[in-house]
Design a protein around this ligand. Sequence first.
Ligand code: GLY
Length: 315
Amino acid sequence: MERNYGILLHGGARSEKINASSNRAKKMCKFIAHASNEGYFLLKQGNSAIDAVEYAIIMMEDSGIFNAGRGSCLTIDGRMEMDASIMSGIDLSAGSVGMVQGISNPIKLARHVMERSKHVMLVSKGALEFANFMHMPPKEIHPEKKILDKYMKLKKTFKHYWNEKYNMPYDELEALGQQGTVGAVALDTDGNLASAVSTGGRWLKMSGRIGDSAIIGGGIYADNRLGAVCATGNGEFIMRLCLSKYACDIMKRRNASESSRRAIKHLTNLFGKNTGGMISIDSGGGIGISHNTPYMPVSFVSSRDEKNITYLSMV
Ligand code: GLY
């Protein structure tokens, strides 16, 4: 019997109100569906889960419509500092980068860290030096007008915090929907699992802040014996719970759906609602989608029926 394979993506657990039939919602769904179709196509051709998740994330980084790559949010100083990570369930190999600037596709650099360095995590200046070695030299990325406009608007709203930036009220910011990440999990035709994530982090974060998306076990985890997981939301909470590893461990006894549900319940119990979301896939190809935010765009294609299922998951 042929093995089941597939890919599941998310476009960030988000807090702002949205009308599912609005143009913005349609645009997100259209794009994420395109990325999952391309990822699935790679799997169908016999490419690895790692190739599929990396490719789907690159597409979302390049789209400019999610908080990752070109669409990344800005620090309080008006800079893009991005985090990304990738993990293979075959041998637990992993790579991550933190607070990288001027790199169009941080996920590619994270994969290079995994495959071409002896380390798991590189940040800041060292990560950029490594990017040069990998022939992806940092270049100036000019944020698009819509991102600069948003920055100016937030600067006006939160002007009282500008001189004490360590005290920014992120709860208020997030209630306005100022968060997001892109993530992917996949199972390939050989039964191998992989997970990947990329983000600009949180709007108006302090320069130097690194979130869960760069932390293996926090933002992602993959283990062929259990499953692959990718978290999204408030990085400060997610990393303190090692949430992706927590969810993976639940898959020792439960399927992906139950594991995601329990992990987000754990997040909600400890840190409240509107704090995050998760996608997961288990070694049998079962999937999990869970969040405690108003919505999360998701897209899934599997070899079971090859149908693309894309929607704004709402709670
Ligand atoms: N989950 C993305 C971040 O907090 O950076």
